[in-house]
Design a protein around this ligand. Sequence first.
Ligand SMILES: [Zn+2]
Length: 83
Amino acid sequence: MNYASCQDCANVADRYITEAVTSDERVAIAHHLLACQPCRDYLESYENTVYIVQSLGRRPEFTMGKELVPESLIEAILAKRAE
Ligand SMILES: [Zn+2]
């Protein structure tokens, strides 16, 4: 793989972000990413997705509702609307 295409980037995305690519692949992909904004965006969002999934896996008790909107805030909003 001397010159990576966008398809190559998609194919190795999971291995690229976990650094499981060969050094040849890494160089080829890195060169492609320098010239290709869509693939940079793609790998960045892919990496974020994997990070979120992994952090969810480490914290099985995690629920989005509780983390983002505390119960006290919900009660305060409901109280405000009832006025
Ligand atoms: Zn590309």
